[in-house]
Structures are given as structure tokens and as C-alpha cells.
Design a protein around this ligand. Sequence first.
Ligand code: GLN
Ligand code: ZN
Length: 761
Amino acid sequence: MTSKIGSTVLGYPRIGPNRELKRALESYWSSRTGEAELRAVARELRLDSWRALRDAGLDSVPGNTFSFYDQVLDTAVTFGAVPPRYAELGLGPLDTYFAMARGVESMPPLEMTKWFDTNYHYLVPEIGPDTRFSLADRTPVEQYREAAEAGVTTRPVLVGPLTFLLLSKPAAGAPEAFRPLDKLAGLLDAYAELLGELYRAGVEWVQLDEPAFAADRSQPELDALREAYQRLGALGERPNLLVAGYFGDLGAALQVLASSPVEAIGVDLVAGTSTVDSLSSVRGLQDKTLVAGLVDGRNVWRTDLDKALATAATLLGSASEVAVSTSCSLLHVPYDVEAEENLDPQVKSWLAFAEQKVREVVVLGRALQAGRDAVAEELAAARAAVADRAQADRVRNNRVRARLQAMRPEYTTRSDYENRRAAQQKSLRLPPLPTTTIGSFPQTTDVRKARAALRAGRIDQATYRQRMREEIERVIHLQEELGLDVLVHGEPERNDMVQYFAEYLDGFASTDNGWVQSYGSRCVRPPILFGDVSRPKPITIEWASYAQRLTEKPVKGMLTGPVTILAWSFVRDDQPLADTAKQVALAIRDEVNDLEAAGIRVIQVDEPALRELLPLRAAQHEAYLDWAVTSFRLATCGVAESTQVHTHLCYSEFGDVINAIVALDADVTSIEAARSRMEVLDDLNSVGFGRGVGPGVYDIHSPRVPEVAEVADLLRAALAAVPADRLWVNPDCGLKTRGYVEVEAALKNMVGATAEVRPSL
Ligand code: GLN
Ligand code: ZN
């Protein structure tokens, strides 16, 4: 007789409530401490989480959710998929792991990319025809034992075999037709071996995560899913299997899993908005456990428990057990809202971070098992919080709503590009191939220190402003000396391109300790967007106009676009994202218009996250791109013909968003291109881009200084695709993370190369 799942969460944060793991990792990487110290910190963090989850009253506690860096990399290591070039470094197991994650001097790391549509990043495994899977590492078994010794029974969580292979890329040198999925059979052998060992260690339930099936999948991929779980399900000695799909509806994969021998299926009922309706037509759930993801695992709002219970009630007949869970792992939210001492108490009362969400799950579980009366108090408290938020004054701003209501088509259109171009040329008088940068200059220790001192109250606003002005002055003079054509103020006053704006906009709250893992030891603290957004007063005008007063050359005003602001914040769940985006756009529009009024003739609105919010399913792309483009245009179309609007995107593989980039209708778009040798320009031509474009001529992610000849070559390559009067010259991205020595040398060569190419035009 196995135990029920009852109430559980699909995963938990692991960086530590006070980022203990971050500190321990960084200390180990800089050789200040050794492996034993790092392992000791990790062990404490694991034990603390397991005990906390058990003590909170969860019926089933997830295990193996700890990672030194990333769970996908862990899976690769567990099953022996370490690319030979890392194994050959001759390092110990832990350092080989970190070499794959971060690189070593002689070897760059594995590629890193976004985990579905979250802000978490995983390392991309490389699988080739020669990859031999085996059970190479037994961490999942060891951690099960470790928890058991501490008195906690856990349910080891693994990335599922399909998701692992679907997220992998073919190893270099693999034949053209090779797909990592071709290696499924061998990988399943290794999974089978691990499941056998877990079973013999006493494990009752294992969770296999298959979020890849919340995205569009081909029939062969669905067939592979069927095969895999038939195969694993047919094993004689194995734990019960919970297969969890999240970040959206499972679509056809739900029926595949329901027809397989697995004992439980986890569904995301928050992002998967049509799952509940589809359940009635799914056959085969009757003898399974349905793990209902009712509590949002990746946003910070308190759950409407009444609503969740009502949803749960509709599921009751569909499966043999309905268990309660989070929609996905809690990895994507901070630990504890109670740790926020400076958060507005009313806003705080609407929030639930990981610890609070665990309690919500427990309450829902009790309500289902013992009836609502057993948790009447908790339900009443949740009801009151939800009601308070729904009618709170600070959530609604009728002026903002009225402005959006009154929105007319001319708010999102500008005159013809050719007219704009003529007017801008008359106003700006730029040379051919104008040179510029993406916005930020290196953030010096002095700048960081000044910001820390302001926060700690050691210096006052006036002193801080003075320091920033001095920095701006330095940056402007440097750019003049280098001979750049369109200058920037350097963004010294910004901690982060989203956080900075959130701090000045109404409708946003910031946390002190709301850290979320982005990748490895890197954490971010996303702002919380809780209400209608407006801009109480100008934000950047003071800095931009100060910079413009110092020079005759045009200074480019620098703003973050609405989509990027949303992508890097926790967003409201009480209205469509499209509505929120338009509100943010209006606030940015005010700033754009004020920059223009202050005499700034070039304004850049960055949208590096445009592609990040792209829905996982293609059927939803059009609707998303429609509001994303409208928001950008709403922000930027309020200016005169002669004002030049720029945008910046950090990548060059536009894929599904390429038409949207044309539709943004920016006068100039700067993009990443150095690494792909300007090929992106042909892609843009193929969709009739026909606007100004600044393909990055060198890669700022590396400290390497490009040679003049190299940049000149790239410019000539670019000129083959773009007419001279539309081509701009700039680095790939902002210079914030670089040092001044290399930045000066690189920009000098960039300007030098431009001077070399110009006479031939
Ligand atoms: N303007 C920003 C900067 O230069 C853009 C950063 C980005 O694209 N992520 O830092
Ligand atoms: Zn960038």
C-alpha cells in the first residue's frame, strides 16, 4: 500500500533564504574556501528545506531539487552526458561540473538559454551519436538517503527523459539529420537503472518533469513520450511515477500520459487555462492520481483559495485521487514575504512567496481531505486578502484607464519612414555610418559605492546627484575624444534597466530580499507590478538633458520598453497582460515626450526581452506580438518626425518575431551580429525591413578588443546587405559589465574602422 500524494509542491528555491548558496559558490570559485565548506553549506540548505516542507504539513515532500548550478546540467551529469572536452580537462567531478557551467580559462562553458518562458536559465546539454548514457552519478539516491536520515521522506524530482533530450542540442560534428531524441532508448536504460536503485533505496514516488510538452510538439515527439513512459512504466522494480507537465496545457500529451502506466500526472491549472475543460474527455485517468497545480508557482500573489477549491471540486470524479500542488516548481519565486520589512503592508498582505505558497497548498489539501471547516480560518483570511486587493484604491487609477480608453489609432502610428528620415537628417546632420553605443558605460566601483552609500544614508541625494553628474561629464568627454557621433549619458544612475524604472513608476513595489535564481549564483529581484501604472514625474530627463548641455553632438535618451519591463517583473494576474503592457507603455510615452521637449533628438527604447515573452504555443504568437508591438508603438509614436526613435534587441536570431521587429517601426534598430558575421542583415532584408540598422560590430561579452581591420571587414560585409545611408556602427550591447581600458580601446578601433570605410561611400 503506497501513500497518497495528498498535498505537495513540485519544487522549491535552493539558493538559500539569504542567498547562502550564492555566497558559498562564489567563495569556492575564488578559492577562498574549499569543497568541504561548499558541500556543508549545500547540505544545511537541503536539510532546512526538507524540514521546513515537512513541518509545514505537506503530505509529500519533493527531493533532489537542490542543485549547485542547474538541474538540467545535473541530469546530464547523472546520466554521463559530459562532453569529452570537459572530461579531458582532468578536473575532479565538482570542478568538471563547474567547468561545464562557467568555463575555465582554456574552455568556454556550455551554452546557456532560457528555461521555457521563465527568467531561469539552464545549460544546454550536447548529445551526439556517440553519447553513451549510463548511471554515472547517484546524487538523487544519496539525497534521498540524506533526507531519510534526517527523518524526512522525499519524492526525488528528475528532469524527464523527453524534456532532457528536447532541450539538448546536437553535439558539434553530429550528422545533419541527427536529433538528440534519437538517443532516447539508451537514455531510458539509464533512467531505468536509476529508478531501480531508487526503488531499492525505499523510494515510493519519483517525479519526472516534462514541461517540454506544454509547448507545441510533433507527432513523433508525442510517440516518443508514449514509448518512454510505456517502457519506464513496465519496469518490474520501480517507484510510483508522477509525471509533471507545466507552464501551460499539456494538450495531446495529456492523453498520452493518461494512457500510460504512470501512477500520477501533474497538471498546471494556472498557466494551463484549458486543462480543466479538457479533462472530461481524457480516458484513463480513473485509476491515477491527478496532481492539480492550483497554486501559482511562478508569480507572487496569494491564491484565491475559494476559487481553487471550486476548481478542485470539478476534478474530483475524474481521477482516483486529486492531490493539490503548485503549478510548477517554486524555484521561480522568492522564499518568504515575511522577510520584507519595507514593503507596504497592504501590498504585502496580498502576496505569497514560496513559504506562504506551501502553506496555501497545505490548506487546500486539508480542505479537500477534511472539509472546509477544518481550515475555515485560513480560508477566511485568504478571502479577505483577495477581496481587499480586488477593491483597493491603489490598484485602480481611473485617469490611466480613461487615457487608454481614449486611445486612437494615431497614438500608435508615425508618418512615413522616408519623411521621417529626411526630417531627422536635417535635424541631426549625421555623417554616413554614424557611430554610437547601446547606452551603458562601465559601472565603476565609485559609481556603485555612491549608490550603496545613498541607500545606506551615508550620503544625501544632492551629493549622489553630484557624483553622477561628474560621471556623466567624464563619459561625455570620453565619447567626444573618441569621435563618436551620437553620444549617451552612460546610465551610471541605473542599478538595473527594469528595477530603475519600476522604482519611479506608480503601480510597482520593490522588495529588499525577494531574490530569485536567474542562473548559477546569479539572482535577480524582480519588481512587483501590483496596480495601474503611471509616471508621477519625469525620470530620466534630468540626466539626459544634463548630458546634452555638455556637448554639441546629439545625446541619445535611454529608456526601457514596456515588454521588457513586464518580462522582468512579477506581473498582475487580475487583468490581461496586454492591458498592463499598454499602461506601462503610456508611462514610457510620457517619458519619451518629455525627453523630446527637453531637446533630446534621439531616443532609444530597449526591448531586449521582446522574444522572451513569446508564448510556448504558436497559436498564441499572433495575439502576443500584436500587443507587444502596439505597446512599443504606443510608447514611441508620440514624437515629431524629426525625433529619431531607436530600439535595441540583444540577439540576432529573430525567428518567429522577425515580422514584429519590422512592425515596431523604429527608425534605427541595433542588434547582435558580430558573432554571426552580419548574416542577420539578410534575414531582415528578406522581410523588407528597410529602416536604419546597427548590427553590433564587436562582441561586448568578451574582454577582447577588436582590431580595426576586423571591424572594417564587418562593416564592408554589412554594406553588401544594407545601403550606406541606413547603416549604423555600434557594439553588440551595453558596456556596463566591461572595464574602461578595453572599452576605450574597442571604441577607438570601432571609430577608426568607420573612418577607414567612409571615404569609399
Ligand atoms: N541600454 C542598455 C545598456 O546599454 C541595454 C542593455 C540590454 O540590452 N540588455 O545597458
Ligand atoms: Zn543588449
